[in-house]
Design a protein around this ligand. Structure first.
Ligand code: F6P
Length: 541
């Protein structure tokens, strides 16, 4: 493929950027009374207002041309078609198969994978009904009331985010906990008030070899057996979600209580697979299936909606406009819903593990920026923390505001106030306040500069009617496909994560050195050696 920066659309965007970079949103809105209705798109239950972006019709045309020249649509079809687009691991990328309806056909290596997907979903549903209905009993005959998911990365962030997001729909008689950190404090605090006789551990790990998860799983086993005193109890209190049956068996979990998935499901794309078991236990199989339907709605929208109406395509391209032409380094994701408290943290892995890459598919070092830094907090808390910098700082930070028209907790006037803040923030960020306006308010001229808001800060507003399982599915899929679009344009592999390997390997080696009494290996640098020595001295003091 031609180098990205040599493509006609890229060059045209560069020239166009030079011409429009100082155009203000005030002028764009003043010049087009319909902009706020025109620059919107809708699909899969989500409404996107992208009018408060620093784009003209020409910008949008050029960005769509860039998508064409980089073959985004063909790459999308290759993913949906089960081609092995994860070339460094020789794998298909088929999270879209996890939410394909029964009866659909998606072929990998000559085999339709959809029936297997539904087979696992049906087994999960059966198990979930047993636990929720109190029929799945612990070793001493008590029903399971506490569920602890042990996993990390994609085997934790998806379940915990979606559980929090859908708490309104959950069975409040069940206590859900999520343990991820290898820091013993995590498991100690999450189990300290639980009754082992009524506790079920779900060990969620695609590989079943991840250090953090296996360490926590072993500690959970010890915690359980301290009370139950019989290895046979493990079978009633542990289930596994993994692709690695051999390791599951080695741990002592009956593979009859293992829920599988496949190598074509990436960790950060696995919430729809058996990795979502804890969520299904909490909200029930029907709500879980509704969520899958929402994902599928967005898959279909992404696959079939025309480019100028295609939400993930538009969001991906707008991100590229700021990342590659304005030099913006980060994107703030600001959900105005307390249930979405973990959404930005979830997106950090989805986006940054996917697109934090420095070489193209063919291994050449890129000469352009790739994935942005993703961060954020639920509104309105962030307003009283970091919004100052977004409004008046020196950095350009495009923001995604996410809100719902109906609340799940009607408690007037809370929801109107919450949504008033969404609209106020995006308005203030776009239009700001000029020196003239400040002076006209009678502010002391010496202080006036401090009160000026330049505005021209770009935002997307995503509105949905209500936070339902289905809406949540659409929303997550929107971001999955946004990430896909950007990776496709940048011509990188969004589906491997070699960047986390080096640290893992070194940690394993150093863990051995921390255990031994001998001198740290002199192969480390002098800083690492001194730190290891000091830690060991102080630890054992
Ligand atoms: O962070 C690296 C990673 O491989 C993620 O991609 C994955 O979600 C996580 O570790 C956990 O891996 P596993 O599910 O195999 O324990």
């Amino acid at each position: 493929m031609t180098n990205l920066t040599n493509l006609p659309a890229w060059k045209a965007l560069q020239a166009h950027h030079d011409a429009v970079k100082d155009v203000h949103l005030r002028d764009l809105f003043a010049g087009d009374a319909t902009r706020g209705e025109r620059l919107t798109a809708e699909g899969a239950g989500l409404y996107l207002d992208y009018s408060k972006h620093r784009v003209t019709d020409e910008t949008l045309n050029l960005l769509l041309q860039l998508a064409q020249e980089t073959g985004v649509a063909a790459k999308r079809d290759a993913m949906f078609g089960g081609e092995k687009i994860n070339i460094t691991e020789d794998r298909a990328v088929l999270h879209v198969a996890l939410r394909a309806p029964r009866g659909a056909t998606i072929m990998v290596d000559g085999k339709n994978v959809v029936p297997e997907v539904h087979e696992v979903l049906d087994r999960m549903a059966k198990f979930a009904e047993q636990v929720r209905g109190g029929q799945w009993l612990g070793y001493t005959g008590k029903p399971i009331r506490n569920i602890v998911n042990i996993g990390i990365g994609g085997s934790d962030l998806g379940p915990v985010m979606a559980y929090e997001a859908l708490k309104h729909y959950s069975d409040r008689a069940l206590t859900l906990r999520f343990v991820s950190n290898v820091d013993g404090t995590d498991i100690a605090e999450k189990t300290r008030d639980l009754d082992p006789e009524g506790t079920l551990f779900i060990i969620s790990s695609k590989t079943f070899t991840t250090q953090e998860t296996m360490t926590n799983a072993h500690s959970a086993r010890t915690w359980l057996l301290n009370t139950l005193q019989d290895d046979a109890a493990v079978a009633r209190h542990f289930v596994a979600v993994s692709t690695n049956a051999a390791e599951v068996q080695k741990f002592g979990i009956d593979t009859a209580n293992m829920f599988g998935f496949w190598d074509w499901v990436g960790g950060r794309y696995s919430i729809d697979s058996a990795i979502g078991l804890s969520l299904m236990l909490a909200v029930g199989p029907d709500n879980f299936r509704e969520m899958l339907a929402g994902f599928h709605d967005m898959d279909e929208h992404f696959r079939t909606a025309p480019p100028e109406q295609n939400l993930p395509l538009l969001m991906g391209l707008l991100g590229i406009w700021y990342n590659n032409f304005f030099g913006a380094c980060s994107v703030a994701v600001l959900p105005y819903d307390q249930y979405l408290a973990y959404f930005s943290a979830y997106l950090q892995q989805l986006d940054m593990e996917s697109n934090g890459k420095h070489v193209t598919l063919s291994g050449e070092t890129v000469d352009y920026q790739t994935g942005p830094i993703i961060w954020g907090q639920p509104g309105t808390n962030g307003q009283h923390a970091f919004y100052q910098l977004i409004h008046q700082g020196t950095k350009l930070i495009p923001c995604d505001f996410i809100g719902f028209c109906q609340t799940l907790n009607p408690l007037p006037p809370h929801h109107d106030l919450l949504m008033a803040n969404v609209f106020a923030q995006t308005e203030a960020l776009a239009f700001g306040k000029t020196l003239e306006q400040v002076l006209a308010e009678g502010v002391d001229p010496a202080l006036a500069p401090h009160r000026v808001f330049d505005g021209n800060r770009p935002t997307s507003t995503i509105l949905a009617d209500r936070l339902t399982p289905r809406t949540l599915g659409s929303l997550i899929a929107l971001y999955e496909h946004k990430v896909f679009v950007q990776g496709a344009v940048w011509n990188i592999n969004s589906f491997d994560q070699w960047g986390v390997e080096l640290g893992k390997v070194l940690a394993k080696k150093i863990a051995g050195e921390l255990e031994s009494k001998g001198e740290p290996e002199l192969k480390h640098d002098s800083s690492t050696n001194t730190l290891i020595r000091r830690y060991r001295e102080r630890r054992d003091a």
